[in-house]
Design a protein around this ligand. Structure first.
Ligand code: Z5A
Length: 215
């Protein structure tokens, strides 16, 4: 059982980087070490925020403008943070979240090329000083990630963007990593699943001083 404060962990990366796959392995590590946690995701994570997610990802004829998309991401985040993430952390439960505000910098800032200072302003409004304790960025060349995501089935509205969009997303993630070295760790996600998992688990066991390997 860990005695450190409840950790807020986020997983990030371009399409098909393997976040969801590695989130399962991370949760097995927490289980093996008797750590209480919740798993969640963005956009979404609560019923109300999941309704916003459905709006954001659907192929509607009147697709949202980039500014509308940005505001909806933060509307969903405000609900998610206030009603699910913060209550969990305050009661000592760790939070493992598939994407968070770094995705907004990457997709709306990098991909859509919206001004980064708009995102910073909304981040402060919605989150105050709250930031993840640890962010894992799964880095993979865009072509490899898109090929993996494509094998999974139909693409949603944002997944249907072109290669140049996702190259900007990846470049923004790389900038985020280089500017936040205490919080962000980049893992090479182009290797096979087991290799990425083993690298991640070894890093996390050391960082959190855990003794039980998930096996
Ligand atoms: N979005 C945004 O724009 N702004 C924001 O602020 C936020 C989000 C929060 C929904 O995200 C969309 O919202 C997303 C960004 C945007 N859209 N896009 N585009 P999401 O996280 O729910 O959806 P996603 O990014 O599309 O997730 P994903 O494609 O499922 O990626 P993943 O979780 O990284 O991959 P995966 O599901 O673990 O793996 C994909 C496939 O690859 C699967 O068949 C695996 O078995 C396979 N895989 C995984 N790892 C490997 C390795 N290492 N080798 C080979 N194959 C692998």
């Amino acid at each position: 059982m860990s005695t450190q404060k409840a950790q807020f962990i986020t997983l990030e990366g371009v399409e098909g980087a393997g976040k969801s796959t590695q989130k399962e392995a991370l949760c097995r590590l927490l289980d093996a070490n008797g750590i209480a946690y919740i798993e969640t995701r963005e956009p979404g994570g609560t019923p109300y925020a999941e309704s916003i997610r459905a709006l954001l990802l659907s192929h509607a004829d009147d697709a949202p403008s980039a500014k509308t998309e940005l505001l909806l991401m933060f509307a969903a985040r405000a609900q998610h943070l206030e009603t699910k993430i913060l209550p969990a952390l305050q009661s000592g439960i760790w939070v493992v979240c598939d994407r968070f505000t770094d995705a907004t910098y990457a997709y709306q800032g990098g991909g859509r090329q919206l001004p980064v200072d708009w995102i910073e302003t909304l981040e402060t409004l919605v989150q105050g000083a709250q930031r993840p304790d640890l962010t894992l960025i799964f880095d993979v060349p865009v072509e490899i990630g898109l090929a993996r995501a494509g094998r999974r089935g139909a693409l949603d509205r944002i997944e249907s963007e072109d290669i140049a969009f996702f190259e900007r997303v990846r470049a923004m993630y790389q900038q985020i990593a280089s500017r936040n070295i205490d919080r962000v760790v980049t893992l090479d996600a182009s290797a096979d699943v087991d290799t990425v998992t083993e690298t991640m688990i070894a890093f996390l066991m050391k960082r959190w001083n855990l003794s039980c390997h998930p096996g």
